[in-house]
Design a protein around this ligand. Structure first.
Ligand code: IVH
Length: 699
């Protein structure tokens, strides 16, 4: 049991403070630097509160490196440093309604001598993303950075430029010559789900939550990767500003909206705690349907002159407070741990839970991610555990309640063989890094019924052959009945059905009509698009994007197969050819080689190709366009179209847009006031086009 801070003597308090310090530093590093939180926000807040309570009761014990003076974590390597012109502060927390009334009372008390003063506050969602600071000079976005430790962050300008909610140039009027706009970068639930689906389809690790991907995406060294993530941004505050531009918080943020930023529509002004709490509950009700993660409501004193007067304590303004939502958590029992075997053989542990309601939804399963995660949390069958749901994400086991552990329980022994086919299950070692893969995989390949079945489901899925009437449920059924074991069996089904004593039309769930329709859909899939066919094969690391690259590069399946087989020798020209494809690295190339090198895959493929003739790749408009495959840079102010539109035009026509000029650049489109990029392009002899020339070209 934890001793109350009030009951600690000075020696005990010192030990406890040091312990909490270490836990909080570890948690900060995990959260801010590694984008991989190890404890929940609620747990973090509890630790921090206890830490602050000890400091308050024993001021002499306060450490020189006290965390009450700091925000965030030290900056990571790889990006240059940016000193914020005004520090990026954090927010104090309100955990219940009393804390909110206290906040309003504190404000009233502070301003009690001001006659006839009617205070008002804004209330708005607290976005669960990553904060960023954007410096605008003369209306142009010149530098963007992460929060870092609050004083110095990382320069992520190029990555932030890819976010559509962040204007490269401010619109409208009245903006200060120099201003640091502050806000939150986040990812929508839809984009998160889509990205995870793609990762799963390519047999890659999925992400835990949208916030983690947003953070990871912002730290990509290649802005093209960030651009693909479709991140979003809400502006809600500012740092340095060369002149005052509004009288109230509400007005200030509305102006940011006029300047081209996305601002949150759920922001409201309130005159007292009652209205603030009512708005809090309104936002809480909408939380699940907003389409992005929020973790509370932020209240801010509305008048900016009063904000100034009330000021800040070391790490947070006095005039604002974050009212956190209670974590959507519950306690339940792990009744069993199941191992699921995926298409690429990955063994994924799933906790089977005693049903429990979390945030209005009954949950019976929670992911345990992988072997290391079970070990780290020491989750055992029979344990009572805290589970939580965040947004649309699969429920997770947060921690075990050790006090409730049944006597005599054993640590979970992760299977070393596949629970479905009995083949050895191994953790591969990455040849490049020497790291052991977190995922244990069944080595059974197509011999493993679980893998075979999952591969079939993938084969018929939406982005693959997309066979109407043959979904996951039907594959399960045909597989269990032994009618479809391999992809080729799909195409012989009709013929076998004709001779069968128990034809499909007599089976439950099928009639003459649906059986005929199914056979028609199967026949229509005999000449699939090349990219879909390559994707359907389920080669590890080959999602739809890579499959399209191969289709485009090789034109026909025979050619792709020929190169892949010849590439088994790493010194071969064929292997170098694979690597030369823009977007294909060693991991993907090795995976392709391994696939075609495997006898069982070869056999299954030869059988399949007796029935299926993938179409040859037909270049579409993007491939015939004059700028297909070219690398284009835009610079300066475009007058007739926005930068985003120009980029979209270029990409539609098959070009790649880059943010910096180099010897590889094919073309620079220079608008008004083009500067260093234009100079560099001229130096390098890169072709330069005016805006009008560009428009003529794309028209
Ligand atoms: S205002 C000086 N408003 O929460 C006040 N912050 O826990 C600056 N956050 O560092 C912050 N939504 O990253 C503010 N609507 C909102 C917010 C918000 C999310 C984040 C921000 C801040 C953290 C504090």
């Amino acid at each position: 049991m934890q001793v109350d801070v009030g009951d600690l003597d000075s020696d005990e308090a010192k030990i406890e403070l040091d312990r909490l310090h270490q836990l909080l530093v570890d948690a900060d590093i995990a959260y801010y630097r590694n984008d991989d939180p190890k404890i929940s926000d609620a747990q973090y807040d509890q630790l921090k509160q206890r830490y602050l309570a000890i400091e308050e009761k024993f001021p002499l014990l306060k450490r020189p490196d006290s965390l009450s003076e700091k925000v965030g974590a030290p900056i990571a390597e790889g990006f240059s440093k940016v000193t914020h012109l005004e520090p990026m502060l954090s927010l104090g927390n309100a955990f219940d309604e009393n804390d909110v009334t206290d906040f309003v009372e504190r404000a009233r008390k502070f301003f009690k001598h001001d006659k006839d003063l009617e205070l008002s506050f804004t209330a708005e969602p607290k976005i669960d993303g990553v904060s960023a600071s954007l410096l605008y000079e003369n209306g142009i976005f010149v530098q963007g950075s992460t929060r870092g430790d609050g004083f110095v962050g990382e320069d992520i300008t190029e990555n932030l430029k890819t976010i559509k909610d962040i204007p490269l140039e401010l619109k409208g009027q009245g903006w200060p010559d120099r201003i640091e706009i502050r806000g939150e970068v986040y990812m929508s639930h839809d984009d998160f789900a889509e990205l995870n689906k793609k990762a799963a389809e390519a047999g890659e690790q999925t992400y835990v939550n949208p916030r983690n991907i947003a953070a990871g995406s912002l730290r990509q060294l290649d802005a093209n990767v960030t651009a693909k993530r479709n991140l979003k941004f809400f502006a809600y505050a500012w740092g340095l500003t060369s002149n005052e531009f509004a009288l109230t918080q509400f007005e200030a943020v509305q102006k940011m909206g006029e300047w081209g930023f996305a601002i949150n529509p759920l922001t409201k002004t309130c005159k007292d705690a009652k209205e603030m709490l009512a708005h809090y509950h309104k936002i809480e009700e909408q939380r699940a349907s907003l389409g992005y993660d929020i973790d509370g409501v932020v209240y801010k004193l509305n008048r900016l002159d009063l904000q100034q007067r009330w000021g800040a304590v070391a790490r947070a303004p006095r005039w604002a407070i974050a009212h956190k939502f209670p974590a959507e958590q519950a306690v339940t029992i792990v009744e069993d741990i199941d191992i699921q075997v995926g298409r690429t053989g990955a063994l994924t542990p799933v906790a089977r839970l005693k049903p429990v309601t979390v945030g209005g939804v009954v949950i019976t399963n929670a992911t345990l991610h992988n072997e290391d995660e079970i070990k780290r949390k020491d989750v055992r069958i029979g344990d009572s555990v805290v589970v939580q749901r965040a947004g649309d994400v699969i429920p997770q086991v947060v921690k075990v309640i050790l006090e409730k552990r049944p006597i005599g329980s054993n640590a979970y022994d992760f299977p070393k063989t596949c629970p479905v086919c009995g083949s050895e299950a191994i953790r591969e070692i990455d040849a490049k890094t020497g790291n052991v893969d977190v995922v244990r995989r069944c080595t059974g390949g197509l011999v493993c019924p679980a893998q075979a079945k999952e591969k079939l489901k993938h084969f018929v899925s939406r982005n693959a052959l997309d066979i109407d009437g043959l979904g996951e449920k039907q594959i399960e059924m045909f597989f269990e009945q032994g009618l479809i074991k391999h992809a080729a069996d799909i195409f012989t089904l009709e013929e076998r059905d004709k001779k069968s004593l128990t034809p499909l039309r007599n089976k439950e769930g099928f009639g003459v009509k649906s059986a005929t329709k199914l056979f028609e859909a199967i026949n229509a899939a005999r000449t699939p698009q090349l990219s879909r066919f390559i994707f359907a094969l389920g080669i590890r690391h080959v999602g739809i994007t890579n499959a399209s690259l191969f289709a485009k590069t090789y034109g026909s399946f025979e050619q792709f197969e020929k190169v892949a087989i010849a590439a088994s020798d790493k010194n071969s020209e064929a292997y170098q050819q694979l690597l030369a494809i823009d977007g294909i690295g060693q991991t993907v190339a090795n995976s392709v080689v391994a696939f075609f090198h495997n006898d069982k895959n070869k056999q299954a493929l030869d059988e399949l190709l007796k029935h299926v003739k993938p179409q040859e790749y037909v270049a579409n408009i993007a491939n015939d366009s004059p700028i297909a495959g070219k690398i284009i840079v835009f610079t300066g102010t475009l007058e007739q179209i926005t930068r985003a539109e120009a980029k979209a035009q270029a990409e539609r026509l098959g070009a790649k847009v880059s943010s910096s000029v180099s010897a590889k650049t094919d073309m620079l489109v220079a608008g008004e006031k083009a500067g260093s990029k234009l100079r560099k392009a001229n130096e390098l002899g890169v072709k330069v086009l005016s805006e009008n020339e560009w428009l003529a070209l794309v028209d």
